[in-house]
Design a protein around this ligand. Structure first.
Ligand code: CAA
Length: 257
């Protein structure tokens, strides 16, 4: 049983994971990151789980890496940091990951949110990379993913000033796709998850992979990858079912084959 997370079994294909370290505004210590990576590994293997939603509390999605823990690590400690392996496992998760964000979403918390494929924010959410105030800089993908999400100028401003932006600003900048009233953030994220959970799992997986490819490759290679993925799906029963169901004017029944 995880200590720092609450995990609900999948309902209609959507598994909900809630970060639970209220005493530290869900700061991501090594235990929490390890437990989250383990839960995502379990969700990866579980056929009933089609989509995962991660959330925090109303006050904080996560207020960053755990500064108390970080203070104890020197250079060699950071070089041998087990957290890197946990981040890599989170990055590897191949099913759709949706973040439902209320309150503080700072530092490593913002970096965790940016590991999600879809970000839904409550009106009171605040996004920031305040590491510069501690004499350090983002270290879990913040410089790379933030720049890709919001462009150079805003990413530079956020990382170099350490100042946070609000949910509406984050939406205008493209960091989040929807802003909701805070009490409905999780509900909305789960509803989006349920829509995705009804689609053909292999098509969802390859579409996610192709979209992520766009973030780290040139256009010609990305288009080549897309074409290969699209062609691969021609071998699936779900493609046959999807097309037949359309022709027969009924809902498709996808099996993941
Ligand atoms: N690590 C450890 N503990 C944290 C924490 C963090 N990142 N953020 C908050 N806490 C703890 C506080 O120490 C406090 O605990 P105590 O009561 O035991 O002192 C508790 O959570 C509540 O926090 P506050 O009293 O500070 O709450 P607030 O509402 O007054 O302020 C806040 C909220 C503005 C988010 C403030 O807590 C804050 O600035 N937190 C730090 C944010 C930050 O700098 N994050 C970046 C961390 S570095 C990083 O993430 C590196 C990386 O990229 C890998």
């Amino acid at each position: 049983m995880p200590h720092t997370l609450a995990v609900l079994p999948p309902e209609q294909g959507v598994r909900l994971i809630t970060l639970q370290r209220p005493e530290a505004l869900n700061a991501l210590n090594t235990e929490l990151l390890g437990e989250l990576a383990a839960e995502l590994d379990a969700a990866e293997q579980d056929a009933e789980t089609r989509v995962v939603v991660i959330t925090g509390s109303r006050k904080a999605f996560a207020a960053g890496a755990d500064i108390k823990e970080m203070a104890e690590r020197d250079l060699v400690g950071i070089l041998n940091d087990p957290r890197l392996a946990h981040w890599q496992r989170i990055t590897r998760f191949s099913k759709p990951l949706i973040a439902a964000i209320n309150g503080f979403c700072l530092g490593g918390g913002c970096e965790l949110a940016m590991h999600a494929d879809i970000l839904i924010a409550g009106e009171d959410a605040r996004f920031g990379q305040p590491e510069i105030n501690l004499g350090i800089m983002p270290g879990a993908g913040g410089t790379q993913r933030l720049l890709r999400a919001v462009g150079k100028s805003l990413a530079m401003q956020m990382v170099l000033t350490g100042e946070a932006i609000d949910a509406r600003h984050a939406q205008r900048a493209g960091l989040v796709s929807e802003v909701t009233q805070p009490e409905f953030t999780v509900e909305r994220a789960v509803a989006i998850g349920r829509v995705i959970a009804q689609k053909a799992p292999l098509a969802v997986r390859l579409a996610k992979e192709a979209l992520l490819k766009a973030e780290d490759t040139d256009l010609a290679s990305g288009l080549r990858f897309e074409r290969h993925a699209f062609t691969l799906l021609a071998g699936t029963r779900d493609r046959e079912e999807g097309i037949r169901a359309f022709q027969e004017k009924r809902r498709p029944e996808f099996t993941g084959q």
